[in-house]
Design a protein around this ligand. Structure first.
Ligand code: UN1
Length: 511
């Protein structure tokens, strides 16, 4: 199976993890290797040769050379490059979606969905390439014109996580590309093959059409190169997706060198069900949010706050739904599967530790709570825990696994306050048919998250909106809306077309 998936993308059992530009993949053999593993079996899928410090230097130098050309290429022409990448991804959607399922462990429709997100952001970026608008202002001085323009920022470093091994790169890279930047990608060491395949698809399409190299790739077998990358002054923007723990270090290091960082870190996303909630909508939204991707999205639903009048009904209905799902846990590449494995054995340990912690805090495991030891791979049961308080440490913590804490509330004010009383601030949702409740939830005193939804769940955002969150989620925004601005530098220009030199604020300086 895995051989077929690799072959469909032209990948070998031993691949270089370094794209040096000019069509060259590094021949380096002395910088260690990565062993991406099928999380459903524990088998190594292929060997990836990591990048050396010399490879990294070559990449940065070539990226700088490429930037000198790309920054003056008209933005709509840059859009054409991204359009071709989107077209190539359309052709390879099935194969790349399968590879994502194989290497990350998410189910095939979600793997395909991730490639669809890449295609969607490519289309979005093509349109955006004609809309890099700046404002014009009225000068306070006669005979003066003021406006602002957006210029490319330079080299953009993209550090992506295992859970969205390709889409998050595309959100960043396709926008950065139309903005005139050159991207250097360091993917998660758990999913280098998805990254290599993506680079081959996009870079071949670019090369065929005569475009220069705009996308580079390196893989790090340890953390030395990744640290050098984060500290590298030649890279004005680092876009990092991953844990709050590592993101905090990245943010501090980039700030120390006065660079710009875009951080997409952990979430601890809640769904509120008030007493008017339509359970026909709410239950599937909760199940998809908590169990989809085996709870390994930063937008996964981790907490449900339910009005006490419907708490028991909601828990019973969820437990029944989870029971049906247990039959559909398995090989993520099969079309019948709804939940695949966790990505790594360490994730299974973290899942088990959280369940022990939940029990020790007085929680009751209503369903699940176990790893599936009757088979190979990192399989666990989706889990519902009741009886905990929102303030309990385990509830405050993002565990990247399908564990859902369900808690009752009495008033909407209380529910909103509890929803917000966690360190993270990514995604949130309310199910209600009460207009006042919905509006209160979306008001300035409502949800404090970057994403707040009504009658849809916390995960599965569309690319058209700005994606990201507040507090320990890091504050970054990527993907749609005006997220493109982070990949550019803003310049304010004032032009004097008069014969005098009046000073602003009416200051007189005569000599
Ligand atoms: C992530 O988990 O890092 O909104 C990104 C969603 C997806 C993206 C998640 N579109 O769930």
């Amino acid at each position: 199976m895995s051989g077929k998936i690799l072959a469909a993308l032209g990948l070998a059992a031993n691949e270089s993890g370094t794209y040096l530009g000019r069509g060259e993949w590094a021949a380096t053999t002395d910088a260690g290797t990565l062993s991406p593993t099928n999380p459903a079996t524990g088998d190594v899928i292929a060997t990836v040769r990591a990048s050396s410090a010399a490879d990294y230097e070559t990449i940065v130098q070539r990226a700088q050379e490429a930037f000198a050309v790309w920054r003056t290429t008209p933005a709509p022409r840059r859009g054409e490059a991204v359009r071709l990448c989107g077209e190539a991804l359309r052709k390879h959607k099935d194969a790349l979606g399968s590879l994502v399922a194989l290497e990350m462990g998410k189910i095939k429709p979600e793997g395909d969905g991730e490639v669809q997100e890449m295609i969607d952001i490519a289309d979005f970026a093509v349109g955006q390439s004609r809309m890099l608008y700046g404002n014009t202002m009225h000068s306070e001085r006669p005979g003066h014109r003021m406006y602002e323009q957006w210029h490319p920022i330079g080299l953009v470093g993209i550090v992506s996580a295992f859970n969205f091994p390709v889409a998050v790169w595309a959100w960043n890279a396709f926008l950065a590309a139309i903005c005139g930047d050159i991207c250097i990608w360091k993917p998660s060491p758990k999913t280098p093959l998805s990254a290599i395949a993506t680079m081959k698809i996009c870079n071949e399409a670019l090369k065929e059409a005569g475009f220069p190299d705009i996308f580079f790739l390196f893989n790090d077998a340890g953390t030395d190169l990744a640290q050098a990358f984060v500290d590298d002054k030649r890279i004005p923007l680092i876009s990092f997706t991953g844990s709050t723990k590592v993101g905090r270090i990245v943010g501090e290091r980039v700030a120390k060198r006065m660079g710009r960082s875009l951080l997409e870190l952990g979430g601890n996303n809640a769904i509120i069900l008030d007493k008017s909630a339509d359970l026909k909508l709410a239950i599937p939204a909760i199940v998809f949010g908590a169990v989809g991707t085996a709870g390994q999205r930063c937008t996964s639903t981790r907490r449900v706050l339910v009005h006490s009048s419907i708490h028991d009904t909601v828990v019973d209905t969820l437990v029944k739904a989870y029971g049906q799902l247990e039959q559909k846990i398995g090989d993520p590449t099969l079309s019948t599967t709804l939940m695949g494995p966790l990505n790594s054995p360490e994730a299974v340990q973290a899942y088990l530790a959280a369940i022990e912690q939940a029990k020790a805090a007085g929680g009751t495991v209503r369903t699940g709570g176990k790893a599936l030891t009757d088979r190979k791979g990192n399989f666990v049961l989706p889990t519902i825990v009741t009886g905990l308080k929102n303030s309990d440490k385990v509830v405050q913590t993002e565990t990247f696994a399908p564990i859902l804490y369900v808690m009752p509330f009495d008033t909407l004010d209380e529910a909103i306050a509890e929803q917000n009383a966690v360190p993270q601030g990514l995604s949130s949702a309310i199910f209600t048919q009460d207009l006042k409740a919905a509006e209160q939830y979306l008001s300035a005193s409502g949800s404090d998250c970057g994403i707040a939804n009504v009658n849809i769940g916390t995960s599965g955002a569309e690319i058209g909106g700005a994606f990201g969150g507040e507090k320990e989620t890091g504050g970054g925004r990527e993907s749609g809306s005006d997220a493109w601005k982070v990949y550019m530098r803003r310049q304010t220009n004032t032009i004097n077309y008069s014969d005098a030199l009046p000073l602003a604020q009416g200051i007189k300086f005569e000599f």
